[in-house]
Design a protein around this ligand. Structure first.
Ligand code: DLL
Length: 434
């Protein structure tokens, strides 16, 4: 028997879904035009009125917004309801500038938690599960989102938050956690920590994990699945759209269904803004259809991915987004070549190395340098010096084949690369570029 949290919505025939989206879009555009002067100005500048938007096909007429707009209107400029109607805020980590604040009415929180409950059910969750939430709690949306989704489902929710790995493992074992929710880098670390303590993958009670908030590769998925003895599912979202749960993976594990009854997804050419046809790679853009307090119209996420409407065996009709291939602003240009950290991770894991690595980019004598520090496992560390040199060379050549540029690889002893409890920071760019 197939399981859905909200079957009617999740399996809605496309035509019916389009009608629903069109109705909601009309109302959402009217809502922002009437209640957010910033949106009204943008629409007026583009010469578009709410009456011009009658169905999803009219979406292209609307202006885009980006993080810069949200920063400009910080803190209350995008609020579309009286502040007294809001019951919550969440916020981005602010690592790339001023924080973005998202507001929620009670209905907004409810819909967000429903989206997360759909993700948990798609990963095989039921009310009988013990959902171990190791995403950070607080302003970050990871903890609050999965926690709320788990409650909605009626599962036993462990509000672990991030960090304190010793306690995570103790609770996981004693309370027999069955579903783990955290960043993929922390899941890999938990797998490694369990092994160090002498546990086999079959010793824990976990059956599934719901991992997201940062890019991770298929190789990383295999690594986590084998170290924890689970199925690892991807989940995507961003603070601006409410948080995790905008899209989630089902049993096919090959892309994430976008909750299209609540969000419209488009792919655009990041340079021209032109809408691209299904199947083409570009920047993901979201329009919220139900959000009351902090609605988003054509929000440019900077995440690069592909959308697909290929029929899914799980029965869900929602479009699938591929794993983001990195953010357009995460992309490094090294010696003129576009490099995504995920390309390097793919090679490392394919070549049998650990997912613990650091990428350092610098500019020496006007030329870019790329150094990759890769941690060895305890078994790999027992080699001879000449053995290490040969391995460094062979790994550097595999990475060169992938990227087209020559890195310097440094194999480093076990436990020398700092582990992350939340989103991993893997790139250090020391270049001072003007
Ligand atoms: O990371 C929300 C979240 C929490 C998603 C827990 C999934 C699980 P922000 O901190 O605002 O929100 O960061 C959003 O993180 O634009 C992507 O670049 C990246 N990201 C999120 N999920 C994934 C994923 C949360 N599954 C930014 N794969 C987004 C790759 C992801 N990148």
């Amino acid at each position: 028997m197939r399981n859905y949290y909200q079957k009617e919505a999740e399996t809605m025939p496309l035509e019916q879904l389009r009608r629903l989206q069109s109705e909601k879009l009309k109302a959402q555009v009217k809502h922002v035009y009437e209640n957010v002067p910033y949106y009204k100005n943008l629409m007026d500048e583009k010469g578009v009125k709410p009456e011009d938007i009658n169905c999803v096909e009219d979406l292209y007429k609307l202006p885009f917004i980006s993080k810069a707009d949200l920063r400009e209107t910080y803190p209350y400029g995008m609020l579309a309801v009286p502040l007294s109607e809001c019951v919550r805020i969440q916020s981005t980590s602010g690592t790339t500038g001023k924080r973005v604040i998202a507001y929620y009415t009670q209905k907004d929180v409810d819909l967000w938690e429903d989206c997360c409950a759909r993700a948990i059910v798609a990963a095989g969750g039921t009310k009988d599960d013990v959902v171990h939430v190791s995403y950070g709690y607080g302003l970050f949306t990871g903890g609050a989102g999965l926690h709320g989704g788990s409650h909605k489902l009626g599962s036993l929710t462990l509000p672990m938050s991030s960090g304190n790995t010793e306690r995570q493992i103790q609770f996981m074992m004693d309370l027999k956690s069955t579903i783990l929710c955290c960043t993929p880098s922390y899941a890999a670390y938990l797998g490694e920590s369990l092994k160090e303590r002498g546990y086999k993958p079959t010793d824990n009670h976990l059956k599934a994990g719901i991992f997201g908030a940062e890019p991770w590769t298929e190789e990383m998925r295999k690594d986590i699945e084998s170290s924890l003895g689970i199925k690892a599912y991807d989940i995507y979202g961003l603070t601006e759209t409410s948080g995790p749960g905008v899209a989630f993976e089902c049993e096919e594990q090959n892309g994430m269904h976008v909750n299209e009854d609540h969000f419209l997804a488009e792919i655009i050419d990041p340079d021209t803004g032109e809408v691209l046809p299904e199947g083409e790679k570009g920047e993901l853009v979201f329009t919220s259809l139900d959000k009351e307090a902090f609605p988003l119209i054509r929000y440019r996420t900077r995440d690069i991915c592909v959308l697909s409407r290929k029929k899914c065996s799980c029965g869900r009709t929602f479009v699938k987004m591929s794993k983001p291939m990195g953010r357009s602003d995460d992309m490094m240009i090294i010696k003129g070549v576009n490099v995504f950290p995920s390309q390097i991770e793919t090679v490392l894991l394919n070549e049998g190395y650990t997912p613990n690595y650091k990428i350092e980019v610098d500019r020496v004598n006007n030329s870019d340098t790329l150094d990759i520090y890769v941690e060895l496992s305890a078994e790999q560390f027992s080699d001879t010096v000449s053995g290490f040199n040969a391995k460094e060379k062979s790994l550097a050549s595999a990475i060169k084949t992938m990227l087209g540029i020559q890195p310097v690889v440094h194999l480093v002893p076990p436990k020398t690369i700092e582990r992350s409890e939340g989103k991993a920071v893997r790139v250090i760019d020391k270049r001072k570029l003007v």
